[in-house]
Ligand binder design. Sequence first.
Ligand SMILES: [Zn+2]
Length: 152
Amino acid sequence: MHKKIKGDPHKNKRFQRLVNGNGQFAKRRREKLVLDILKNMWRRGIKYQMDEPAYTVDKHVPIIQDYLNERWPNEYRLSIFGQRGRMRPMWKGTNRARQEICLFLKNGHYSPIRFISNLFGAPYCMECESTYGNSIDHRAKCVSILGKMNKF
Ligand SMILES: [Zn+2]
């Protein structure tokens, strides 16, 4: 993970397109990229132990977040959700980013969560780490907005 991606200008171009592309297709490709990184780590012998998910997530997901931060600052934030129904993510990138990449960890395998609200059956706020009923009400008390106001 500490090595830079190098060589092959074709691959690099494809990579740029993948990263900068808009829309659902590009988004799905990016999710796949993150999953591939995780799979590669697995292949290299960095394994996620089923009985210690918190330990391994805490140890390895930050490396991937660092990589994303370094390569595309402020662009992606990773969140890992575990047990279904538990609203707080097992792990979440500290800094807010333009796009959220939510993954669901089950039995040592990651899968992308395409719509986080579907997971909980209600609109979900990544900042508050909870669901809400009414978006206007929520906006009034959302921690991200309150946080912003405190800054000024
Ligand atoms: Zn909120």
